[in-house]
Design a protein around this ligand. Structure first.
Ligand SMILES: [Cu+2]
Length: 110
């Protein structure tokens, strides 16, 4: 392999690594029967969580109240909400209308 070829390979590998490091993974949390499944999930910084509504009729939302955020709009059956976590930490959240029924969860970001 010539020097130029080796340099090109290195550039391609670096580019692929950069893209994959930047993209992160998407983790699914299902809302069904008035609970988050799983209730606790550990992800890496840069990953995304997608809450999918698998109910037949019931809407839900997620509210990171302790982080001082506003509740997100309700998502209905077959809809979802996505949020990317860039900073390591522990992020508890609730479903605003169903917190009293125990619909709570936590995202741990490493
Ligand atoms: Cu709910």
């Amino acid at each position: 392999m010539g020097k130029r070829m080796a340099g090109l390979c290195g550039a391609v590998i670096l580019a692929l690594w950069t893209v994959s490091a930047w993209a992160g993974e998407t983790h699914v949390v299902i809302t069904k029967d008035m609970r988050f499944d799983p209730e606790e999930i550990t992800i890496r910084a840069g990953d995304t969580v997608r809450w999918e509504n698998h109910e037949r009729r019931q809407f839900h939302n997620v509210w990171f109240r302790e982080a001082g955020e506003d509740p997100v709009p309700y998502f209905f059956p077959e809809e979802y909400y996505e949020k990317t976590f860039d900073e390591p930490g522990v992020y508890p959240y609730v479903c605003e209308p169903h917190e009293q029924r125990g619909m709570v969860g936590v995202i741990k970001v490493e």
